[in-house]
Write a protein that binds this ligand. Structure first.
Ligand code: ZN
Length: 108
């Protein structure tokens, strides 16, 4: 017999975006529900290692910001969409995302 564990999250379960510094291990957590500005996280506030931007070079900050903004928009739109479905006597649905199993990640 083969078993497989599936770990799912709902988009509203995503509470914060977290940056962990590869150099000094400082952690910065920015709540998704607030208007966190990722465009300011160019470097670690503790050791100044580059995070979302390389000085004088490329940056991933705009893409991170778009992703976080998209999560917030999706949470709001899904709430409103379920109200639309209920108004049409349809059952609301659940949208989940499958993530890697935290237990198997811990072993590797
Ligand atoms: Zn650091």
């Amino acid at each position: 017999m083969t078993t497989r564990k599936t770990t799912l999250i709902e988009v509203h379960d995503i509470l914060a975006a977290r940056v962990t510094c590869g150099r000094c291990k400082a952690v910065l957590s920015v709540p998704i529900s607030r208007d966190g500005r990722f465009s300011t996280l160019y470097s670690c506030p503790n050791c100044d290692a580059p995070w979302l931007s390389v000085p004088g070079g490329p940056s991933v900050a705009p893409e991170v910001q778009k992703c976080v903004d998209g999560i917030k928009r999706l949470v709001d739109q899904l709430k409103n969409w379920n109200v639309v479905l209920e108004g049409r006597n349809s059952e609301p649905f659940s949208l989940t995302f499958e993530i890697s199993d935290p237990a198997s990640d811990a072993k590797s």
